[in-house]
Design a protein around this ligand. Structure first.
Ligand code: XMP
Length: 319
């Protein structure tokens, strides 16, 4: 019978045995997995761990600030925060293809991470929050496309010449076990229960080319949706929820005038394992409130739709 405290104690010992007196770097994403991995490594080797957080400019409203502040406030782990938004957005300029976006973001991330890693003298290990399903899914062939389902940047995406040995304390865990371990390690509830967020971030939720303006529009809409979902007490009842900015405009009316403006889609799903999912039956009143707030408060949006597709055949993300 699996106990988070036992797992944590054993994982700490395993990291100690693997790392010896070496130095470790850990890429903090803001999600629960990398945070739990970092906490375990920190318990094992203390300040010989340095965390690196890369702001790729594709995060949600206030997210970068919140991750850095929470981490510094709760844990005394050396943390390097890198603002790389310009570099990512430049590399993504004009790119509309989803897999091309992923490739560009994955490569940029590796490049920036390597650059930061080189400054951390003597680091020989890289800690990652790889989970068991990540290991499985990145090996599974996609029957429809004949390629890896989606290229997850945190598995096998790092170049062979990086000369860093992987430390993966969560490699055999499922998500619920990681949350339990995070709780046992004192990770704040809000962090423990965060919905997963894809590595390529909002780049795969701004459909079509990614621009600062479109990111700003999406951030504002997404923040309203998340706020209302939390107020309604339904954040934890859904396993993932977010807004998507569609690459079409639609006609509307405002006052005496006709508008021709952006469309936001809301996506909320219930799922056990993210391999299959159902659309969440959110209350109509909640959807109505979110819709009217978005069209009233977010400039350039005149229509909101709710995604009622299950996975399969749709995926959870739109790209
Ligand atoms: P899909 O859209 O394939 O997503 O149903 C399943 C889960 O994986 C997340 N996802 C990603 N995570 N990099 C990631 O780190 C990616 O490229 C990526 N694509 C999808 C998605 O948010 C959902 O939780």
């Amino acid at each position: 019978d699996w106990q988070p405290e036992n797992f944590v104690a054993e994982a700490i010992e395993r990291v100690r045995a693997q790392v010896g007196d070496g130095r470790v770097i850990c890429a903090l994403s803001g999600g629960v997995d990398s945070a739990v991995a970092a906490l375990i490594v920190h318990h094992a080797i203390g300040d010989r761990l340095t965390c690196v957080f890369v702001d790729n400019g594709l995060l949600r409203q206030g997210e970068a600030e919140q991750v850095v502040a929470t981490f510094r406030e709760h844990f005394h782990i050396p943390l390097i925060a890198v603002d790389a938004a310009d570099e990512f957005l430049e590399a993504l300029a004009g790119v509309a293809d989803p897999e091309q976006k992923r490739t560009i973001i994955g490569e940029k991330f590796v490049r920036i991470f390597e650059r930061e890693a080189r400054r951390i003298e003597g680091a020989r290990f890289l800690a990652q929050g790889t989970l068991y399903p990540d290991v499985i899914e990145s090996r599974a062939p996609d029957r429809q496309k004949g390629v890896t389902i989606k290229t997850h940047h945190n598995v096998g995406g790092l170049p062979a010449d990086m000369q860093l040995t992987l430390v993966e304390p969560l490699r055999y865990l499922f998500k619920d076990e990681v949350r339990a371990a995070g709780h046992a390690l004192g990770l704040p509830d809000e962090w423990v229960w965060r919905h997963p967020f894809p590595g390529p971030g909002l780049a795969v939720r701004v459909l079509g080319p990614v621009t600062r303006e479109r990111l700003a529009t999406l951030r504002a809409a997404d923040a309203i949706f998340m706020q209302e979902l939390r107020i309604a007490g339904l954040y934890r009842a859904t396993q993932q929820a977010f807004a998507v900015l569609l690459p079409v405009r639609s006609v509307g009316v405002m006052g005496d005038g006709r508008t021709y403006a952006d469309v936001v889609a809301l996506r909320a799903v219930t799922t056990e394992d993210y391999m299959t999912a159902d659309w969440a039956r959110l209350p109509a009143e909640l959807l109505a409130r979110v819709s009217s707030r978005i069209v009233n408060e977010v400039p350039g949006v005149n229509r909101v739709v709710y995604d009622i597709s299950s996975k399969p055949p749709a995926t959870i993300e739109w790209e």
